[in-house]
Every structure is written in structure tokens, then in C-alpha cells.
Ligand binder design. Structure first.
Ligand SMILES: [Zn+2]
Length: 558
């Protein structure tokens, strides 16, 4: 390869020949690889060396060979591609881990299958334990209607169930669950939520957005041991998919306690930025925690808020009513009742040095949060706050410029586009759908993208995200050339959003996000060179090896 040797390497090499002084040997070398560094200084290389958790050199195999010592672990990549580890900018890590052991209703194709799977799960559930999770998706049913308590009561008996829709914005309770929660026909609706009712006013079992809390209140908290198990499952899963960092949105403080116990034992194999709810901002501020505070493995210092619900649940907050539901333009979240209360809390959290990361999906919710960010910037000045809008799904065209001007990061989940893209246009209407999941428009406006999944809402596998970003081919096969193809981005752009972009969203762009000397040695070896594959095949590529902090945390048998 033709490029200049890095200066420090030249000094080091000449120093060795001149004086034969011992030189620190690498603890890890990856050689004979095709490294895509995501570093514009040196975009491609054959090899890299790390000492401990830090990358010390990137270059040709011959150059890197100079770092080999008797104890060096050498991985011959056999020409395979090496990328920086993936950084998922939006996950619910512990629920994801818990869900790996929970009931899976997502691919139940009929209501009968849905009820059958629940019945099977009831038979292996201890008495009094709740059945949670599920991720059901009624749009996959022949006649897409929301499930009801009647569908499941006969098979669940006294076992309480509260199974969520895959987007997390509505869930189905059975009669046993409603009884434990004290919910009946007399229960009033709550701001930011809906209790679905039948013709005689009885709850059907469906609880939307804030109304889910009526049932959630009755669910006993996850005991420490279960939480620990869920965290370990999640870490294993992330390692197997090459996800070396995650940004955990609205964890319980008990989740953070689990992480810190695992960090102490050296068992964290994924780096975690925990982002608790904005309603609790004072808890972090009181002890002086500021944005991105902590260690390389576990950091705090941001707050997560919700401006609205989701498109699938009809609770994304829009300027105009939904095309298929004329009376409804969605819901502001309970945190936004009124928006001035949210504004006041976010203003104080920003003053305390906490990063603000706000879920906003509908165009009006996004605009309202941009208004709040603009007020904060006016009052406190721009100090590289890195506001993020989480999801930023359905944009009003006029707001791209404001996004850029306020330096807001768009933290987005490409898989949602190929999933929701099956039906989103029906909800939004053709012209309003144009700026949905508008990655191209964001980049063209100079807005940084950070990619992730919202796992367990979508699968954690980054290959599916990359595939979605470059193809926009909806899961139903109806848009092979892409749904709103104008908003496709290139594979290098998608990889950058999933590595450097996510690092930027958590103030870690100097520590990770690219394969660069001085950065953390977090990287993956892939089964196939995704840059040479047809876009349609990218989703099938596998991670073969995952390295975090210079240590192998996952290796697939070849
Ligand atoms: Zn989320």
C-alpha cells in the first residue's frame, strides 16, 4: 500500500535499529486484513496493533509486523474486512436481554397463533409471575385488528399478562392483570394515554402510551438476580453481533447498579452510556454528574425524555391528522403536559451540564422539541451541548435547517424504515411521507446521524441496519428499489453513522468510532466484504470476531 509511514512509527523504527533498545510489543495484532478504518486520514489498511485496550498502529502488514513480540496474540484475518465496533445509539439493553428469555409473539401470523403461544408460555410460568414482552405486530395478521383480553383470558386464567406491541407504545392486558392493577370500566383515561374501550365502555385490554402505566404499576420490579441474568444475556447477544458500545435509553437506576457491579468484576463486554429519564434529572445533577461522565466502560450524564408516542400506535404527534384517521393527530407524552413543564426541566438539566436526548417522532413533536432546544441555546448559549432527537422519524421539510443550526444530532434506527415502511404511507399520506426516515436530507443539511436499533423494538443486528439504510427495501418485498429511494444513503455513510456518528452522540469521538492510533481497540471481523456485496446481501453478512478493548469477546467457529 502506498502511503507514508506515520511519523511516530518512523521514529520508533529508526530508534530500534540505531540503539536496539527494547520497544513495547503489541498485545494484539490483526494482520492480513482489509481494514475500513472510518478515519479519513487513512481510510484503508491491512493491519493494526494494540497494546492493552488501545490501538497503537494502523498500516501495512509489514509495518505492523514490527510490533510483534513473543507474547503478541496475532489474528490472521485471511483478507476479511475489519470495521470499528458498532455503537448502537439507542437501545433498551436490559429489557432486550430479558426479552431473549421471554415470550415471542412478533412472528405470530394469526390471532389464534398469538393465543396459542401465550397458552404454551402460561404452562411453564410460575404461579403469580407475570408474562411480559411479546413484541406482537397485528399488521402481520390476515385481518389486522388489535388483540383483546377476550382472545387470551380463556388460556391465561389467573396468570397476569401484559404483552407489548413491538413498538412499545401499546400493550395488551388480560383480565387477571387488570384486576391486580385495579383497572375497570370506571377507570378514567390519563393524559398522554388511551384506554381502549368496547361499545359498553369496558376496557378491551389495550393500553396506549401513558395509560400503560396503569398496569405497569402493578408489576413487581425485576429482582436483582433476574436483572443480572438479563444484562448478561444482552452482553452475550451484543458481542455476537459486533455491538461494542450501546447507549441505553431510560434505564432504571437498578439497571445502572447491575452495570456497575459487572464493570467492577470486569464482565462488561459492551461499553455502556446510560441515559436515565429526564424527569429524574436532579438525581444525576445533585452529585455533580455531567454529560458523558464515568469510565470507558460505563458512563452517565445524559437524560432521556419523550415528546410523543409512535406512528404505529397512532400517537406520533403531527401538525395535521393522520390520513387514515381524520380526527387524530397523535398525542404529546405526559411529560409534555404542558410543554412548558418539559421546557423548564430541560432548561435546568442543560444548566447542570447534562446532555438532552429527546424522543420525538411526529413532525409537530420534533418542531416543539426544536423550539425548546432553541430557547435553551438562546438562554445558555451554544456550548457543544449535542442535543439529540431520538428517532426524528417524520420531519417537516422546514425543520432540517433548524436541526443543523442548533447542532442537533439525529439519532435514528434504519430498520424501522423497512419495517414501518410497509404501512407508514397509509397513515401519513404520500406527500407527508416524503421526509420520513430522511437520512439523505439530514446528511445533506449537515446534520450528524447516529445509528442504532431501539432494541428490542427492532433486532440488535447492525447488518440489518446497514442493509436498511442503503436499500430502504421494506420487509414485505413491495419496494425492492427502496421506499422513498431519495433518502437512501451509501454504505460508507451508513457505517460512519453506526460508528463515528454514534460516538459523536455520546461525546466519545476522540475515544472510539474509528480504527485510529490512540483510540480504544474495539473492532469486528466480518464474514464477507459488505463493500463488495450486492446491497440486498448486506443483511446476511455475519460478525466472526468481536474485540473490545483489545480483548476477544466473541469468536465464531469458522
Ligand atoms: Zn426507545
Amino acid at each position: 500500500m502506498k502511503y507514508k509511514l506515520p511519523v511516530y512509527l518512523l521514529i520508533l523504527v529508526s530508534g530500534v535499529f540505531a540503539s536496539a533498545q527494547p520497544r513495547p510489543a503489541a498485545t494484539l495484532i490483526i494482520t492480513n486484513a482489509t481494514i475500513y478504518t472510518v478515519d479519513k486520514q487513512l481510510p484503508k489498511a491491512d493491519a493494526m496493533a494494540a497494546i492493552g485496550d488501545c490501538i497503537v498502529a494502523v498500516g501495512s502488514s509489514a509495518e505492523i509486523e514490527l510490533w510483534r513480540g513473543p507474547q503478541t496474540r496475532v489474528i490472521d484475518a485471511g483478507g476479511k474486512p475489519v470495521l470499528p465496533g458498532f455503537n448502537d445509539s439507542h437501545v433498551h439493553f436490559i429489557s432486550g436481554g430479558a426479552q431473549l428469555d421471554q415470550i415471542d409473539l412478533n412472528d405470530a401470523r394469526t390471532p389464534q397463533e398469538f393465543a396459542k403461544r401465550i397458552a404454551a408460555h402460561v404452562s411453564k410460568t410460575a404461579k403469580g409471575e407475570w408474562i411480559l414482552g411479546g413484541d406482537w405486530d397485528e399488521t402481520k395478521w390476515p385481518n389486522p385488528q388489535l388483540p383483546t383480553k377476550e382472545l387470551v383470558d380463556a388460556v391465561t386464567g389467573g396468570t397476569p399478562i401484559f404483552v407489548n406491541r413491538y413498538d412499545g407504545h401499546q400493550a395488551l392486558a388480560n383480565s387477571a392483570a387488570m384486576k391486580l392493577a385495579g383497572v375497570s370500566a370506571r377507570t378514567a383515561d390519563v393524559p398522554g394515554g388511551v384506554i381502549l374501550r368496547d361499545a359498553s365502555g369496558n376496557p378491551t385490554g389495550i393500553f396506549k402510551d401513558a395509560a400503560q402505566d396503569l398496569i405497569n404499576k402493578a408489576i413487581p420490579p425485576m429482582p436483582h438476580e433476574r436483572r443480572m441474568r438479563a444484562a448478561r444475556r444482552a452482553l452475550e447477544h451484543a458481542a455476537s453481533l459486533g455491538v461494542t458500545s450501546v447507549q441505553h435509553m431510560n434505564p432504571d437506576f437498578a439497571d445502572v447498579a447491575v452495570y456497575s457491579e459487572l464493570a467492577e468484576r470486569g464482565e462488561l463486554t459492551t461499553r455502556i452510556y446510560a441515559v436515565p429519564m429526564e424527569t429524574n434529572w436532579q438525581e444525576q445533577a445533585r452529585i455533580g454528574i455531567r454529560r458523558s461522565w464515568g469510565s470507558a466502560y460505563l458512563r452517565l450524564g445524559a437524560v432521556k425524555g419523550y415528546a410523543d408516542g409512535s406512528l404505529g400506535s397512532g400517537t406520533a404527534y403531527m401538525f395535521e391528522p393522520f390520513a387514515d384517521e381524520p380526527g387524530n393527530r397523535g398525542l404529546l407524552s405526559d411529560e409534555m403536559h404542558p410543554p412548558s413543564a418539559m421546557r423548564a426541566r430541560l432548561m435546568q438539566a442543560d444548566a447542570a451540564g447534562l446532555q438532552l436526548r429527546i424522543h420525538a417522532i411526529g413532525d409537530c413533536a420534533i418542531a416543539t422539541i426544536l423550539d425548546i432546544f432553541s430557547d435553551i441555546e438562546k438562554e445558555h448559549g451554544y456550548h457543544d451541548q449535542r442535543f439529540t432527537i431520538e428517532h426524528a422519524q417524520h420531519m417537516a421539510e422546514k425543520d432540517f435547517g433548524r436541526f443543523a443550526k442548533l447542532h442537533v444530532v439525529a439519532s435514528m434506527q434504519p430498520y424501522h424504515a423497512i419495517d414501518d415502511g410497509r404501512w407508514a404511507e397509509k397513515r401519513l399520506g404520500h406527500s407527508r411521507a416524503r421526509y420520513s426516515y430522511a437520512w439523505r436530507s439530514f446528511l445533506d443539511h449537515g446534520v450528524p446521524l447516529a445509528f442504532g436499533t431501539d432494541w428490542p423494538v427492532a433486532p440488535l443486528n447492525p447488518m440489518l441496519g446497514l442493509y436498511a439504510a442503503v436499500t430502504r427495501a421494506t420487509l414485505d418485498g413491495k419496494n425492492p428499489d427502496g421506499w422513498i429511494p431519495e433518502e437512501k444513503i451509501t454504505l460508507p455513510e451508513a457505517v460512519e453513522a453506526y460508528t463515528m456518528g454514534s460516538a459523536l452522540a455520546e461525546f466519545q469521538e476522540k475515544e472510539k468510532g474509528s480504527i485510529t492510533p490512540g483510540k480504544l481497540a474495539d473492532m469486528v471481523i466480518l464474514s464477507d466484504n459488505i463493500f463488495n456485496l450486492k446491497p440486498a446481501a448486506i443483511g446476511n453478512a455475519k460478525v466472526e470476531t468481536t474485540i473490545v478493548g483489545g480483548k476477544l469477546v466473541y469468536g465464531r467457529k469458522r
